[in-house]
Design a protein. Structure first.
Length: 169
């Protein structure tokens, strides 16, 4: 939200901003919002070194505990469930390609193996369409992966942003 940036800017102008801030926003559905984000990206560019903008976060699945993470095979205790996709794959791919084209870093909440496969596929497609760059796209959580997808993180230079608390579930 604009108020967030104004608050950080006010503290910076007063000399009271004592930490560096990298602000993110939701990965939007429409490209007009992306264009507005480009203006924020220019205003709060990496060169600023105190306040930066350029990270967009989306969600593709839910959680392990709620049975809403995306999986390839139905859950053993709920054979009619394979998780809950927050959007169709095609929409995820479209949003990632558009954001990547405009130079944004994209992080997608992905817990299940199917969710992680989807985002790796979408990041790979973005590289094919837009060209490779130091995008630093992320899988937020990368909790459950297939063995085939693990090396794809390195190949595609996608960050597996993992939290220790997920190691025990």
């Amino acid at each position: 939200p604009p108020g967030q940036f104004k608050m950080y800017q006010k503290f910076r102008d007063m000399g009271k901003l004592t930490l560096r801030v990298y602000v993110g926003q939701p990965l939007p559905k429409d490209e007009k919002q992306l264009e507005r984000y480009v203006e924020l990206q220019k205003k709060y560019a990496p060169e600023d070194n105190w306040i930066r903008f350029g990270y967009l976060k989306g969600f593709i699945d839910g959680t392990l505990g709620s049975g809403t993470m995306l999986v390839f095979k139905p859950f053993e205790d709920e054979p009619d469930k394979t998780g809950l996709a927050m959007m169709p794959y095609e929409e995820l791919e479209r949003r990632i390609i558009a954001a990547d084209k405009m130079g944004f870093q994209v992080g997608i909440h992905a817990i299940g193996p199917k969710a992680n496969r989807w985002i790796l596929n979408a990041f790979e497609k973005a590289q094919e369409v837009n060209g490779k760059r130091d995008s630093r796209h992320r899988s937020e959580h990368a909790q459950i992966l297939t063995l085939d997808d693990i090396p794809r993180f390195a190949k595609l230079r996608v960050i597996a942003s993992m939290q220790p608390t997920h190691c025990i579930t």
